[in-house]
Design a protein around this ligand. Structure first.
Ligand SMILES: C[S@@+](CC[C@H](N)C(=O)[O-])C[C@H]1O[C@@H](n2cnc3c(N)ncnc32)[C@H](O)[C@@H]1O
Length: 491
């Protein structure tokens, strides 16, 4: 019997509860940031932001952009603006249509052009880092062929060749080389992934070289696999860009970004592998939204609440503004990254291996300002479960959200007696949702909530949050005894 099942036979239900306090109001955090507040931190956050953005890092976008550079006349514009599967092609401007349609076309054009220019920028940096390698090799070859030349002279000779072939002055090339050498160093430690997703931040980091030291390079070396997990799973074709410098590396990590558990010391491991020891049948399906258990509620969704609704529009009970699935209609800005125009394909978080026996946890890759939603607590909407972890909730009727077999990354949030986030109830268009809301989280910090006294009362374990204010580190004897007997892992 798995420890989880053994636990369920003995233990009463452990309920996660939403926080009754108000949504945390925004203010700056005083917590110690996990990454130093230097330019390296900015570079790293910039890389995460691009990896988790909705930008497409697909070489076909760039090649189509090159096709558009041959504009003939000012009346030439770009077609296929409304179709992501079509390459950009330069043709005559089509006749003007209705203003809304024109604005939509311009929005789509803007998106395509930004994607194309980010891909071009990524290619540029990749080529420039690679150029340094070729330059160094050329200097060596010249020195070998001309043993009478000093190292400086061999360098000067290679530089002169570059000036004449590229068509830039020596000063220009020297200035650029200093920055390009920085790109190469970053690539040598953090991998190509850093260059492809760094955006403009990498130029500033290499130009001003603040915090550009062995310690920073060691941080990048440790983060490389984490970047690659996210990049490979969210942008499966990003490595195609490397073909431009003859690199043929292929995708290493497939599946869902949260099918991988990352760590600073070890290679990423499949999520399933981290639970097999406790539950050989472990499986987890990643959900974008909750599923209502038909055996528990039939066709009814127990999250429905009586709200003021006019046709398809709802009034937010928090801000009093209009809620609508149409982002141009909706004026509720309570959680725009979940229910609005700021919606991202994936929250910038990763599942990581904790170092002190709590199995896995959830890590913030980017900062989450106080009051911002990290994600919705999704899972199976059901009732009547006993002895296992469930979120207890109540709208017009009581229900539970069970994340044992399906759900999202909120399932991996550990408890802390000094948490940096909390669960909050929120009604979106007449349906109650449980939202994980930040109290101010820095990039690189573990995301934690307070599971509540009621949860810990029934958990036969000692709290490992390591906070000085920890309420459950010295559990009474009975609890400690159960812990030894079941040796239960994370549920
Ligand atoms: C919802 S899960 C959180 C993710 C879990 N760590 C995992 O790897 O699946 C809750 C379980 O994590 C473990 N856990 C969470 N916070 C903890 C803490 N502060 N101290 C000890 N164990 C903790 C307990 O086993 C708990 O039952």
């Amino acid at each position: 019997m798995s420890p989880e099942a053994a636990e369920s036979e003995q233990a009463p239900v452990r309920r996660l509860q939403t926080d009754i306090r108000e949504k945390p109001q925004r203010r700056t955090t005083k917590d110690e940031p996990a990454l130093r507040p230097s330019t390296l931190s900015k570079l790293v956050v910039g890389i995460w932001e691009q990896i988790f953005s909705s930008m497409s890092f697909d070489i076909s976008v760039v090649t189509s952009e090159w096709r558009t550079t041959g504009f003939q006349a000012h009346r030439t514009l770009i077609t296929d603006m409304g179709d992501d599967n079509q390459p950009l092609t330069a043709v005559q401007v089509p006749p003007a249509t209705a203003p809304e349609r024109t604005f939509t076309r311009m929005n789509l054009l803007c998106r395509k052009i930004s994607q194309a220019s980010r891909c071009s920028r990524a290619l540029e940096v990749v080529v420039q880092a690679s150029w340094i390698e070729y330059f160094d090799r050329q200097v060596q070859d010249i020195a070998k062929e001309n043993p009478q030349l000093s190292a400086t002279k061999a360098r000067m000779k290679a530089l002169a060749q570059a000036c004449s072939e590229i068509g830039w002055s020596e000063k220009e090339i020297r200035n650029k080389m200093a920055i390009w050498r920085g790109y190469k160093e970053i690539k040598d430690h953090g991998g190509w992934v850093c260059l492809v997703f760094a955006g403009m931040g990498i130029y500033r980091f290499c130009k001003y070289r603040i915090g550009f030291d062995p310690e920073s390079m060691a941080i990048l070396r440790r983060m490389r696999a984490r970047f690659e997990v996210a990049a490979d799973t969210l942008h499966p074709y990003w490595r195609d860009m490397l073909a431009i410098v003859g690199d043929t590396s292929t995708r290493i990590y497939s599946g869902h970004p949260h099918d991988w558990v990352v760590s600073d010391q070890d290679d990423p491991v499949p999520l399933k592998q981290t639970y097999l020891e406790y539950d050989p049948q472990f499986s987890f399906t990643h959900l974008d939204s909750s599923i209502v258990d038909p055996y528990a509620f039939g066709a009814n969704d127990p999250r429905q609440v009586a709200v003021v609704a006019q046709q398809s529009a709802f009034t937010c009970s928090v801000c009093g503004e209009k809620q609508s699935e149409d982002v141009t209609e909706s004026t509720c800005r309570c959680f725009p990254n979940l229910f609005g125009s700021d919606h991202l394909p994936m929250a910038p978080v990763q599942i990581f291996r904790t170092k002190n026996g709590r199995n896995n946890g959830l890590m913030a890759c980017c900062p989450f300002e106080r009051g911002v939603a990290i994600g919705e607590f999704t899972g199976l909407i059901t009732k009547g479960l006993e002895g296992i972890d469930v979120m207890q909730a109540e709208a017009e009727q009581r229900y539970q959200i069970y994340q044992g077999r399906e759900g999202n990354y909120t399932r991996f949030v550990n408890h802390s007696c000094r948490p940096n986030s909390q669960f909050q109830r929120f009604v979106w268009m007449g349906s109650q949702r449980i939202i994980l809301v930040s109290r101010g989280i820095e990039a690189g910090q573990e995301i934690t909530v307070d599971y509540s006294d009621a949860y810990w009362r029934n958990l036969p374990k000692t709290c490992l949050c390591q906070e000085s204010c920890c309420r459950f580190k010295d559990r009474e004897r009975g609890v400690q005894r159960i812990e030894t007997a079941t040796a239960s892992p994370a549920s």
